[in-house]
Design a binder for this molecule. Structure first.
Ligand code: SF4
Length: 222
């Protein structure tokens, strides 16, 4: 589990009035964001987590995909190197800028089946390096979320997941760490319940922070 990283963004409790731009972290200074096709940014954001899934063929394909993306080619020769899979489009929160949270997502609610999920990897296993397991919906609501992550890892991709960390499936750190997830991004939208709850409507900040501390402590024991 050495590859797991926990990423936490805490927004200020009050509106920011300072004129000075926030101090960038070292990796943000070294690799400034210049668009989603920018190779160093992709490497910083995803490939470092994906290094467990590197093969020469996958790297050549990913480089070609990024080049074709930058050139704006209408027809491409490369294959998908990053999979974005939504385990479910159900959520327990009601964030006001999310179609899932506001109930405006017109699709029927559902959970991906293990068979459909495996089929995606069977079709892409020669090329896929990274799996992002989120979309509209909270991925940890899926009852087999940790198994889904293990399956993605077994096909040689790294796994990145964004979560509100407010569902019963996130209550214990062991299944999270045992899943082999490479990067988990936990949504914290304020330094107090008042500010956090203004966007994460229905979310409990103390629950998130307690679980986060437990996760970090448990990981240190590994
Ligand atoms: S937690 Fe995520 S999926 Fe759920 S409503 Fe908020 S933004 Fe949407």
């Amino acid at each position: 589990m050495s590859g797991t990283s926990v990423h936490l963004d805490i927004l200020p409790d009050r509106p920011v009035t300072a004129r000075k731009p926030p101090r960038l972290q070292l990796h943000e200074r070294l690799v400034p964001f210049k668009g989603p096709w920018h190779l160093p940014w992709i490497i910083e954001r995803y490939f470092w987590a994906a290094r467990s899934g590197f093969t020469a063929r996958k790297l050549v394909n990913a480089s070609m995909a990024l080049a074709e993306m930058k050139m704006g080619r209408p027809r491409v020769r490369s294959r998908p190197f990053l999979l974005r899979i939504e385990p479910t489009n159900v959520c327990n929160l009601k964030c006001p800028l999310c179609l899932c949270g506001t109930g405006e997502d017109p699709r029927p609610k559902g959970m991906i089946s293990i068979d459909d999920y495996k089929r995606i990897f069977e079709d892409t296993k020669q090329w896929a390096m990274i799996t992002r397991l989120d979309g509209l919906g909270e991925p940890t609501i899926h009852p087999k979320i940790w198994e889904l992550i293990r399956i993605a890892k077994s096909y040689g991709t790294s796994v990145v997941m964004h979560t509100n960390f407010n569902t019963p499936n996130c209550a214990h750190p062991e299944p999270i760490l045992d899943s082999g997830i490479d990067r988990i991004v936990i949504s914290v939208d304020g330094a107090s319940q008042e500010t956090h709850g203004r966007y994460r409507i229905g979310g409990d900040l103390e629950t998130v922070l307690t679980r986060l501390r437990n996760l970090v402590n448990e990981r240190k024991l590994l």
